[in-house]
Design a protein around this ligand. Structure first.
Ligand SMILES: [Zn+2]
Length: 218
C-alpha cells in the first residue's frame, strides 16, 4: 500500500517535472526578450549571411532567466536514469566560456559534485583546471548553444583522454544541423532551431531584397 502510494507520488512528481520544462516557444520568447535571439540580416566574420543571430550570454546576464533556463535543462537530464541514478557523483562540463553559466546553473539544480570548463589554449581545447586521469566523475557536457557540434566533439575527446564516461550532453539551443547524439547519448536541448545560413551575400534572400546587413561578431 505504502509502496504503491510512493510509486504514484513518484509518477506524479515526474509528470510535474516534465510540465515544468517550458515549451520551445516559451524559451524562444525568453531569448527574444533578453536580446539573446534577434531576427534581421546579419553577416558573420566568416562572410556568411543569416536572418538570425544568437548571443546567448545576453540571456544569462539576468539571474532569473539564467535560472529558469538552467533548471529546465537540468530536468531533461534528471529524466535519464543513467544520470539520476549516479547523482550527485557526476561532473558538469562546459566546452567553452559561453557554457559556464549554463554549467553552473545545471550543476546547482542537479546538486552535482564537480564542475569543469575548457578553454582554447594554443589552438587546443583544454580544461582550465589541471586534472589527472581518474579524477573526473561520469560527465554531462553542457553548452549554451550547439551550432556545428565541433566544440562538443573536442570536449568528448578531452573527457575520454581523462578516462571519464559521458552520460549526458545538452544545450539551451541546438541547431538542427548539428548532431543529435554523442557517444551514444542523446543531446538534450530546450530548442531545436532550424538555422538558415547563406555562404555569401550572393544567395542571401535579404541581400536580394536590398536589406542593409549588420556585421556581428560570432
Ligand atoms: Zn545578406
Amino acid at each position: 500500500m505504502y509502496a504503491l502510494r510512493a510509486q504514484l507520488t513518484k509518477h506524479k512528481l515526474e509528470n510535474h517535472m516534465v510540465e515544468l520544462i517550458p515549451s520551445q516557444e516559451a524559451v524562444m520568447q525568453i531569448l527574444k526578450r533578453t536580446g539573446a535571439f534577434r531576427e534581421g540580416h546579419f553577416v558573420y566574420p566568416s562572410g556568411r549571411h543569416s536572418p538570425h543571430y544568437f548571443q546567448m550570454p545576453l540571456a544569462f546576464r539576468y539571474y532569473d532567466t539564467a535560472r529558469v533556463l538552467a533548471v529546465a535543462l537540468s530536468r531533461k537530464f534528471r529524466l535519464e536514469k543513467d544520470i539520476s541514478s549516479q547523482l550527485p557523483k557526476i561532473a558538469v562540463i562546459s566546452p567553452s566560456s559561453g557554457g559556464i553559466p549554463v554549467a553552473f546553473g545545471v550543476r546547482d539544480a542537479l546538486n552535482a559534485e564537480q564542475i569543469y570548463w575548457a578553454e582554447q589554449e594554443h589552438g587546443e581545447r583544454m580544461f582550465r583546471q589541471y586534472v589527472n586521469q581518474g579524477e573526473v566523475n561520469p560527465c554531462i557536457i553542457v553548452d549554451d548553444i550547439i551550432r556545428s557540434g565541433n566544440a562538443i566533439d573536442e570536449t568528448v575527446k578531452l573527457v575520454k583522454s581523462l578516462g571519464a564516461r559521458i552520460i549526458g550532453c545538452g544545450a539551451i539551443v541546438r541547431f538542427d544541423s548539428a548532431p543529435d547524439e554523442v557517444e551514444g547519448v542523446p543531446i538534450k536541448s530546450l530548442v531545436d532551431f532550424n538555422a538558415r545560413m547563406y555562404e555569401s551575400g550572393d544567395n542571401c534572400v535579404d541581400c536580394k531584397h536590398g536589406a542593409t546587413p549588420e556585421q556581428v561578431r560570432y
